[in-house]
Design a protein around this ligand. Sequence first.
Ligand code: GUN
Length: 291
Amino acid sequence: MATVIDGKAISQTIRSQIANEVRLLSQKYGKVPGLAVVAVGITKDSPRYVEMKRKACTELGIKCLVVELPEQVSEAEVINQVHDLNANPHVHGILIQLPLPKHINEENVLTEISLEKDVDGFHSLNIGKLAMKGREPLRLPCTPKAFLELLERSGVGIKGKRAVVVGRSNIVGLPASLVLLKADATVTIVHSHTSQLENIIREADIVIAAAGQPMMIKGSWIKPGAAVIDFGNNAVDDPTKKSGYRLVGDVDFEEASKIAGWITPVPGGVGPMTITMLLKYTVEGAKRYIE
Ligand code: GUN
């Protein structure tokens, strides 16, 4: 049976350290770290994601400023908001909830965030440096940073390993593959146009699942002993639940946990860690202004 990587418990440990830092910052310097989350319109999962971030900030004493803009807002107006947040001394991290509505060019907005406040690491300069050998971004995006921490704390090495990333989104799959490459893994990215992807996944020592397809990766596709990181966060109907749904990953956890060496559960795996990394970056951002 696989070791289940308890992202929730590891997160709690890190979050209590962050809470101490927040307390110190406030006592010694009267400074409260602030995160701004810009949410444009309402996409499928965005209210749930925004709420999780707001709650996590509040629990740690970080100020969370949610800027909600209507679906029809112009690109220029979103950029204006970003400029205001850049200039706001109470805001140390800015996150634009993605995806943005189709009429807004994502890159135009993300590159207006000041580099120091780019807690998502999605500014073109940060992501560009991540893609280049020998260059270091100011920050890694929170999603790969989260699984790096989990693998490291679980004693799973990356160097020389064969890693397969399932999905090539800008938020998870692509940055995950760049980070693994920088960590000296041999990386393959599979996506919706890849044929016989199960044969490729079967070769992986490390599987990063980020396809957004509930339980698409079967236990029999996993190499025995592999480390499986599941970014899936899919709501599926479940009439036995009060909410009417339950969350499942992109991996069939029950099957895969019998074969893998390590596996992250959904919920309680890489999700809470991603938010924890965001909180960590925000506090680091606040410290930059006093040290
Ligand atoms: N939408 C879903 N996950 C994320 C994330 O980690 N960052 C941003 N900016 N948008 C998201």
